[in-house]
Design a protein around this ligand. Structure first.
Ligand code: GLU
Length: 505
């Protein structure tokens, strides 16, 4: 059989912000499509009008735009298989529901919620299926005339899929291998509801996958229980030959490893579970996003790609291009992937290191300006160069680096106690004089002169450097001393030293 054109889809329901697990699903679909020269389709599954949340669709699109995950067809992208929003495809579904009804593979059921409740009370573990359907109010137990007159009277009904027991359904999952289910355990799923004239998820999903010529269904593990039903629907329509291959991805687990990752885990441990910040239109609640928290989209993509898949080598850092080449859906793990958010921070740190100083400086400059400091781009870049290896996020730079731009107004008590000896004022006055005599105030210009002076005097290098640092920075930490003094320049260096000598005495 000839290989099919690869066509995959990401098909979210617009019920709120896109969860990070959904982002990973979309990413894996993207990688799979790209590496097979296929197409990625964006479909909106909005047949459950009760759960519709305004703004969610736009949010999802903005998220992928930010992450650099591109679609080939779908809502807002166009294409030959549209419309791609399920709420705009009602007539299509109606036709296919009728096809199943005409073929006797589905039936109309009038049971009200109250009647179904009563049945559940009467029969333990009641399930609407081959054993019970003939006790219910449906087109299998009523005459044709009766059914028609009820519909004419405006009675609400659902269409149920007639599942025959005694069969086996095999799902040949690309990750899980052969998954076999007996039809006896399945119930006659609702495919369509007259109340809103809309199909349920199952029917719309199958009809669309077929009409949109989807070759592979790559989705979260939570959909695995639906897969047998989906296979049966393909069969009922006579579409076996075009049935997609399935791949059900492992769950994302809590950082501790037990149970499914939830928004509450993020709130509890302080990490986002959404790509972008989300403002809930109903409650006004704001949930943090990876973008607003200062993550680079490349870092998020890299981090997510390795949650549930690994290349089988030591390599951890991958560009999107490299992921396209290395990714292998069949090598995804079957068991859940712990959401190690600290690893996500590590990835961001690695991307900071790999980006040019100029690029990071562009991001840091507005923060410097917001703190009321006027600095040249060159100065900001110099500071970034010295300090970027110490942070995971650009916004962390200010706290670490403010001393470059603002002279200390106080001196850390603990450091003073430990580092400022009775002879420090004297030594710093001498050092100030030595520095004053240096023409070339670069690192290379200062270092040998100061070192020689320390040696000649027989001072302890540690004493000098610790006190020197305290005078310039006000605390006991920071980059190399001559990095700092060279950046500040002679005038500012001496000014800070004299002030500290005066204050600390
Ligand atoms: N609408 C489903 C979701 O929200 C799609 C599941 C599937 O991919 O079949 O995830």
């Amino acid at each position: 059989m000839a290989e099919r054109n690869v066509r995959v889809r990401f098909a979210p329901s617009p019920t709120g912000p896109l969860h990070i697990g959904g982002v990973r699903t979309a990413l894996y679909n993207y990688l799979f499509a790209r590496q097979h020269g296929g197409k990625l389709i964006f479909r909106i599954e909005d047949t459950d009008s009760n759960r519709f949340v305004p703004g969610a669709e736009e949010y999802i699109l903005d998220s992928f735009e930010w992450l650099g995950i591109k679609f080939d067809e779908g809502v807002s992208f166009g294409g030959e298989h549209g419309p791609y929003r399920q709420s705009e495809r009602r007539d299509i579904y109606k036709k296919y529901v009728n096809q199943l009804l005409d073929a006797g593979k589905a039936y109309i059921a009038f049971d009200t919620p109250e009647e179904l409740d009563a049945k559940r009370k009467e029969i333990e573990n009641f399930q609407y299926d081959a054993h019970t359907r003939l006790q219910m109010r449906n087109s299998l137990t009523m005459s044709k005339e009766e059914v028609e007159s009820l519909i004419e009277d405006g009675q609400q009904y659902v269409v149920r899929f007639k599942i025959e027991p005694g069969e086996e359904v095999h799902i040949n999952d690309m990750i899980r291998g052969d998954v076999c289910i007996k039809t006896d355990i399945l119930d006659d799923k609702v495919l369509f509801k007259s109340a809103d004239e809309l199909p349920t998820y199952h029917l719309a999903n199958i009809v669309d996958d077929h009409l949109m010529e989807i070759s592979h269904v790559i989705r979260g593990e939570e959909w695995l229980p639906s897969a047998p039903l989906h296979v049966l629907l393909y069969r009922a329509f006579g579409w076996e030959d075009s049935m997609p291959r399935f791949a059900h991805l492992p769950l994302l687990l809590k950082p501790e490893g037990k149970g499914k990752l939830s928004k509450r885990d993020g709130d509890r441990l302080g990490f986002p579970v959404f790509p972008l910040e989300w403002h809930d239109p109903k409650t006004g609640e704001i949930s943090s996003g990876y973008r607003e928290s200062g993550y680079f989209p490349e870092a998020v993509v890299n981090f997510l790609a390795l949650l549930g898949w690994n290349p089988g080598t030591e390599q951890e850092l991958f560009s999107l291009e490299e992921l396209v080449n290395a990714f292998d859906i069949t090598k995804c793990s079957k068991s859940g992937a712990k959401f190690d958010y600290q690893k996500g921070m590590w990835f961001n740190h690695e991307y900071i290191l790999r980006k040019s100083d100029d690029e990071i400086a562009q991001l840091f400059a507005p923060i410097v300006a917001n703190n009321g400091v006027e600095a040249t781009m060159e100065q900001v870049t110099q500071v970034v160069h010295m300090m970027k290896d110490r942070v995971s996020f650009v916004k962390e730079l200010w706290e670490l680096c403010s001393f470059f731009f603002i002279a200390p107004t106080s001196y850390d008590e603990k450091t003073v106690k430990k580092r400022w000896k009775e002879y420090s004022a004297q030594q710093m006055s001498e050092l100030a004089e030595v520095l004053d005599g240096i023409e070339d105030f670069s690192i290379e210009g200062q270092e040998p002169v100061v070192m020689k002076w320390v040696e000649d005097k027989g001072y302890k290098l540690g004493d000098i450097m610790n006190a020197f640092r305290l005078t310039l920075v006000g605390i006991g930490k920071g980059p190399g001393m001559f990095d700092i003094s060279a950046f500040l320049g002679k005038e500012e260096t001496l000014k800070r030293m004299r002030k500290a000598i005066e204050v600390l005495g």
